[in-house]
Every structure is written in C-alpha cells, then in structure tokens.
Design a protein around this ligand. Structure first.
Ligand code: PGA
Length: 273
C-alpha cells in the first residue's frame, strides 16, 4: 500500500489528480470508477485544469460512479444547490468541465423501475467494458466505502442498501440543511457498488482529509479487517493501492514514519511496486 501524506487538502488533491491523469495518459480509453462527496472535489478541479491548460484528453475515458440515492435522479430544471442527486453533482463538479462523452458516463440510476435488476445490469456493464482500471474512493465517518454501511458483506455486489443514522446525519449537515430540505425528507436508501465489486478493480485510489476522518482512517488502514468498517477491505485488495491523506486525516496513524520512508525510497528508486 502506498500511503501518501500531504500537508494540505490542495496538495493532497493535486497528488490524487496526478495518479488519475497518469492512468489516462497511459491508457486513454481507461475505465475510471468515480466517487462523490466533498473529498474528491479538489482532485476534480485539478483534472479540469489539466484538461484546459495541458490538454488532458477524456474523449475515450469511460466512467462508472459508485452510488446514488434511491428515488433520486438529476433534475436539470432545478438549481444545483437544490438537486441532491449524485449524477448532478458529477455533472456540475466534473463532467461539464472536461471533454468526456455522454455515452461513456455510467451512473447508478436511482429512478430505475426495478432497482435490483438495474444493479445486476450495472455489474454486467462493468464486466462488458473489461472492469475498472482505477477506482477512486473516499471514506465515510462510519468507515463506509460508497454506501457499504457497517455490516455490509465484504463480498457484497452492487445493490440497494439502507443508510445508517450517522450517514444521514453527515449528509444532512453537508447538504440537506443548506438546501432547506427537511431531515425526514432525506432518502434512506441508496444504490451502491458492493465491496466485492470494488475489490475487483485493478487499482484503488482512496482519499481522506480533515480531522474528522483521522480515527476512521487509522481503523481502516491499521485496524482489523471488519465489515463494521467496510473500507478496511482495502487490506484485502490485491491490485495497486494508493491512499492519499492530508496531514489531519493521517494524524492517528501509528506507522506514519514508515509510510514516509517508503515514499522517499520509491521516489529515489522508481520501483515497479
Ligand atoms: P465526504 O464523504 O467526501 O463528503 O466526506 C465521503 C464518503 O461518505 O464516502
């Protein structure tokens, strides 16, 4: 596991964007797994800058998003700050700023008539394009990856999952309150890629920032593997792993010195591992 620690959110975001850009340069038709939330916004902005100023080309890139609220879909007639859909978030924060093709964007459909059938077909679609080359992930305060809440099987597939009270509280504070949407109007279910689905990607790029993620990051990276912290499944991942943290999110890790030493060694010798 490459665990990279940077002093600030901006530096962390630049590092993460560079990992994604390297994948695109190496494999222009790569398949990216994408995440929503406040964590990746800085990386998306940096990728948009790279597209604008350096010509980073998204024209052949395919993307699959991790999750979407059930019963919710993008509504372009609504002001962005009122639209709770993750599809709208992706459009506003990323897709509209780069030259990605509409037909190459795959999003879980929260309005699907038959959500279970949709989830099955979503998995099939991922397989059809040859699997995910690089999966971007955040981590929830309850340790979730996407909406794989505590107690989700570490072999789970794309499915409908009930949100925990903690996730509802976090999302209320970060979005619904500002949008003036009442707590009891919040969606209680979501479509989410499963932990098992995520573990089939070829590479993982996980990001976390801020003091409020410090405890859960230490549990996920250095604690026992447990379905109570689904992001701890990263310890079972067999592909390439990069975890990028800001200083605050790394503050409860025990082995920081080793992670920094490892990064310095890698910088000096450029090994292929
Ligand atoms: P955040 O959410 O980026 O808004 O902190 C992360 C997550 O819940 O996975």
């Amino acid at each position: 596991m490459n665990i990279i620690i940077r002093d600030t959110y901006e530096e962390m975001s630049k590092y993460a964007a560079e990992v994604i850009a390297s994948m695109i340069r190496e494999k222009p038709d790569c398949v990216l797994g994408l995440a929503t939330g406040s964590t990746p916004v800085g990386a998306y902005r940096e990728l948009a800058r790279m597209h604008r100023e350096e010509g980073l080309d998204f024209s052949r890139v395919r993307t699959f998003n991790l999750d979407e609220y059930l019963g919710v879909g993008p509504d372009m007639t609504m002001p962005y700050e009122m639209d709770q859909s993750y599809g709208r978030f992706m459009y506003e924060e990323f897709f509209k700023h780069v030259n990605i093709k509409k037909e190459n964007i795959f999003l879980p459909d929260g309005m699907a008539e038959d959500p279970d059938e949709f989830c099955r077909a979503y998995e099939e679609q991922i397989n059809k394009v040859g699997g995910i080359d690089l999966q971007l992930l955040g981590i929830g305060c309850d340790g979730h990856w996407a909406f794989n809440e505590p107690g989700s099987s570490l072999a789970s597939r794309t499915r409908v999952e009930a949100l925990t009270k903690q996730t509802l509280d976090d999302n209320y504070e970060s979005f619904y309150k500002k949008a003036g949407i009442a707590r009891d109007q919040m969606p209680h279910y979501a479509i989410t890629m499963g932990v098992g689905t995520i573990l089939e990607a070829r590479n993982i790029l996980m990001m976390a920032n801020g003091k409020k993620k410090a405890t859960v990051i230490a549990k996920a990276l250095e604690g026992p593997v447990t379905s109570q912290i689904t992001a701890s499944a990263i310890q079972l991942f067999s592909g390439g792993i990069t975890v990028v943290l800001d200083r605050e999110a790394s503050s409860e890790l025990k082995n920081t010195e080793h992670y920094m030493h490892r990064e310095n060694l890698n910088n000096a010798f450029h090994p292929s591992y």
